[in-house]
Design a protein around this ligand. Structure first.
Ligand code: ARG
Length: 413
């Protein structure tokens, strides 16, 4: 922090308490003349933009809104190809951060800013995800809340003293982060891991069991979702439509203890109807198409992809390399999957692909010979199966008998 006057800083701006107090702080404490707010659209609800707009106007801050929905949805569909989740959470917040960070950096450079700033605290993941992108540039990176060690109470008081426009609609109990892929709810009473969340924390998912069972058909091309019930849609439209459809059935709720990057555990609640449906369907199609060894090895690749995504490092060279493997496997992940939405659950109930590694006649009990192989051919395999186990156990048994046969019963004394 210094008191020399610098010119311009681009702030990741949401209009919430943290980013609102950052505006005067960047001027007073960091000596910047001008703050520009950048809001990146990754599918937040319209009210959030209205709120950001109103707050920015009241603060006298120029804002830029960048539409990154399409780019974000593309990344979410890469995540589908990687069956990506972190401890059961489909990574909505995590995937959005590099996209948001890059968009802000682009504006900052375009606008001739000297610095970029965010309102993240020093406890969460987002500070790391933003800065992983920003620190690749020459701009100064500022994190006022973390660097000044601010608490929420301090911020509330500061906002009141400075007559800052906070609490414009975001005054609810929960801390919420919404984008196309997921809605996350945390904080307040939910911080007690044993507190049972009331139904009203959910906005995307209806109470499971309220809707009639429904079948939905999803079409994939090379692992990418391309159509819903036969109708082709782009990734944004498909995700939005499926969030509604699956959400009606209460599909895609997660209540979990999440291990953050710094090691802190946090109790999180998520809603992600479309993500759950797409991930379930994609994995079902892989089950039909990929060989056993591909599926087994891909689990490790997928887990690594997910870990890097959680860390906000989808631009890491490792991710490129993993995607090379993923792309090769996905060449055959083309076909359809029928899902059944039922009482908060989503299950694959049908799958079809021209690349199926499956022969109905081979698996059937009704055919005698398939591909020149008859039932009796398994006899040799069956004789060998477990051979080493039998040998090892026999040897163990024999040693035991020898020891017991010793005069002192084998005791060491
Ligand atoms: N813990 C999650 C993550 O790091 C998401 C946090 C979202 N933030 C919120 N205010 N609900 O990916």
């Amino acid at each position: 922090m210094s008191n020399t006057t610098k010119s311009k800083v681009a702030l990741a701006f949401s209009g919430g308490l943290d980013t609102t107090v950052c505006v005067p702080l960047l001027k007073e404490e960091y000596g910047y003349d001008e703050v520009v707010g950048v809001t990146v659209d990754v599918g937040q609800p319209a009210e959030e933009f209205d709120e950001a707009d109103e707050t920015a106007e009241a603060l006298g801050v120029d804002t830029f809104v960048v539409d990154a929905k399409a780019e974000f949805a593309d990344l979410c569909f890469d995540a589908v190809r990687a069956n990506a989740d972190y401890q059961g959470y489909p990574l909505g917040t995590a995937l959005a951060r590099p996209v948001i960070a890059q968009a802000i950096l682009d504006v900052a450079i375009e606008e001739g800013c000297d610095a970029v700033a965010h309102g993240c605290t020093g406890k969460g993941n987002d500070q790391l995800r933003f800065e992983a992108v920003w620190r690749g540039s020459d701009l100064e990176v500022i994190a006022p809340i973390r660097e000044l060690g601010l608490t929420r109470d301090w911020e509330v008081e500061y906002a009141a003293e400075h007559d800052l426009p906070v609490d414009g609609g975001n005054g609810g109990d929960w801390s919420i982060d919404t984008n196309l892929w997921s809605r996350s709810v945390e904080g307040d009473a939910l911080e007690d891991p044993n507190y049972v969340p009331p139904e009203d924390i959910y906005e995307w998912t209806a109470t499971p069991g309220d809707a009639e069972t429904e079948l939905v058909e999803l079409t994939f091309e090379e692992g990418y979702p391309v159509a819903l019930n036969g109708e082709e849609m782009d990734p944004v439209e498909l995700t939005e439509t499926l969030n509604d459809l699956a959400g009606k059935h209460g599909v895609g709720r997660t209540d979990m203890m999440e291990d953050r990057m710094l090691g802190l555990k946090v109790r999180e609640n998520y809603e992600h109807p479309a993500a759950t449906a797409l991930l379930t369907a994609h994995e079902a199609l892989e089950g039909l198409v990929l060989t056993a060894e591909e599926r087994q090895f891909k689990q490790q690749v997928d887990a690594q992809w997910s870990q890097k995504a959680y860390e906000g490092l989808v631009m890491a060279p490792l991710v490129d390399a993993l995607e090379g493997f993923i792309a090769t496997t996905q060449e055959r992940v083309t076909g359809t999957v029928t899902l059944k939405f039922e009482g908060g659950q989503c299950r694959p109930v049908g799958r079809d692909s021209e690349f199926a590694t499956y022969s109905e006649s081979a698996a059937s009990f009704d055919t005698e010979t398939v591909d020149g192989i008859a039932q009796e051919d398994a006899t040799g395999v069956a004789k060998y199966h477990g051979f080493q186990t039998r040998l090892a156990n026999k040897a163990k048994e024999a040693t035991k008998q020898t020891t017991e046969a010793l005069p002192d019963g084998g005791s060491e004394q």
